[in-house]
Ligand binder design. Structure first.
Ligand code: ADP
Ligand code: UVW
Ligand code: MG
Length: 408
């Protein structure tokens, strides 16, 4: 039988998530996560065929070391990269610019283009490249596929993708709104349509991907028409550590009056802002716990987060004209019922409401949380970026006919 397994690598700025998926039977023989790469307190958690996960603590210096540790864990379970059952490796690549609108088999030219895009995603693309290079060195003969966060958003009309600046300057520096988390927005918008018993072409969906990074998208008939992230993943919603939207003059002010360097401002807005900047915590669980204890800073952080979210929901109702579903997804969207309730509060005029009992249900499946008979369906739809990446990767190489990139 031809090989049927795909290893998916999702390298973030300080983490690597991985899953081994069998595309023939839908099983996931191994899944895992390396966190806090580059710190002394790194952690690797691997779940293989054995019931209990294995954990490893101690410093993992960089992404290369993390991927080698992942390869060793897989090998220990007899699922190593040398396995003949492996059909391909699928990589999440965050920034594909306008060059990549589809999943792409990686060769040297593709690698060079991902590298050229580093200035547009300095936290993410270098980690993605390390993942690709390390995997190629371990299995040079295996097809590797890049699945881009930006790809789903390349259908945005110019009116949504353009910033209102001189087009000559914008084009020279490739400045436009690209959008991210596209794999998740695509998967969740389709799953929301399925939940309604309709095809993606028949429905208009607002997807709210609320993880550590967070973004909203407006999807009309299966195609993205607007999204909240822009040139980089900094624009839009309030996130775990990113500010999201602010007046660009804040940056001039911090530089001119505050005497801060560009690098300092970059770090402030990307790593020390958002929920963390407002209250010192970026985890919604901790923020809810503090609110329950009467903590004012945590309350303010929550309120700012929800206010921004509401503004985007209202904006995307206007962009779409008719909305069939609003889908909450990712860590916060799937788990934080208070965020969903607060984001929908007072939006009855837009046909949006949440049933408190349905909202309180905890489940792993896609489910409706709007009251029976509501004009717009409100849903919780678990995302599965790894499955989507594996599916796209396998579709491209699973027949064995796709060219393997030249390896140098
Ligand atoms: N049970 C929960 N209740 C509230 N928030 C949660 C819960 N579980 C996870 N989260 C939130 O989800 C975030 C992580 O989301 P996730 O989608 O895994 O992010 P990423 O992929 O960006 O790392 C956490 O930082 C936390 O804020
Ligand atoms: C693009 C982006 O924000 O990704 P993440 O949520 O994984 O940080
Ligand atoms: Mg994520």
């Amino acid at each position: 039988m031809s090989p049927s397994r795909v290893l998916v690598l999702n390298s973030g700025s300080s983490s690597v998530k991985y899953q081994l998926l069998d595309m023939r039977d839908g099983s996931r023989p191994a899944t895992g996560l390396v966190e806090r790469i580059g710190e002394r307190t790194s952690r690797l958690r691997h779940t293989g065929p054995a019931a209990d996960p294995r954990e490893q603590y101690g410093p993992i210096a960089d992404h290369e070391a993390a991927l080698k540790a992942v390869a060793e864990e897989l090998t220990a379970d007899g699922l190593g990269l040398d396995s003949p059952e492996l059909a391909a490796i699928g990589h999440r690549v965050v920034h594909g610019g306008m060059s990549f609108t589809e999943p792409t088999v990686i060769d040297d030219a593709v690698l060079a283009e991902i590298e050229r895009l580093i200035p547009l995603a300095p936290l993410h693309n270098p980690a993605n490249l390390t993942g690709i290079r390390t995997a190629r060195a371990l299995r040079p003969d295996l097809p590797q596929v890049a699945v881009f966060d930006t790809a789903f958003h390349t259908t945005m009309p110019e009116s949504a993708a353009r910033y209102a600046i001189d087009p000559a300057i914008a084009d020279r520096y490739r400045i436009r709104r690209y959008g991210f988390h596209g794999t998740s927005h695509a998967y969740v918008s389709r799953a929301a349509a399925r939940l309604l018993g309709r095809t993606p072409q028949e429905v208009n969906v607002i997807v709210l991907h609320l993880g550590n990074g967070a973004s909203a998208s407006a999807v009309r008939g299966g195609r993205c028409v607007d999204t909240s992230m822009g040139l980089t993943p900094l624009e839009g919603l309030v996130m775990g550590t990113r500010s999201g939207d602010l007046d660009p003059a804040v940056i001039f002010h911090l530089a001119r009056v505050g005497g801060m360097s560009m690098d300092e401002i970059d770090t402030l807005l990307n790593k020390r802002s958002g929920l963390f900047g407002l209250c010192g915590d970026n985890d919604m669980r901790e923020i809810r716990r503090r609110i329950d204890e009467g903590d004012e800073a945590a309350r303010l952080a929550f309120d700012v987060y929800v206010h921004r979210l509401k503004k985007y929901i209202g904006a995307y109702c206007a962009v779409l004209g008719r909305v069939d579903a609003v889908a909450f997804t990712a860590g916060v969207g799937e788990n934080a019922a208070p965020v969903r309730a607060a984001a929908m509060a007072g939006l009855e005029g837009l046909g949006l409401a949440v049933d408190p009992e349905l909202n309180a249900v905890r489940a792993d499946e896609a489910r409706l949380i709007s009251p029976a008979g509501a004009r717009v369906a409100v849903a919780v739809v678990p995302t599965d970026e790894e499955l989507e990446i594996a599916t796209q990767t396998y579709a491209l190489v699973g027949t064995g006919s796709a060219p393997v990139g030249n390896n140098s």
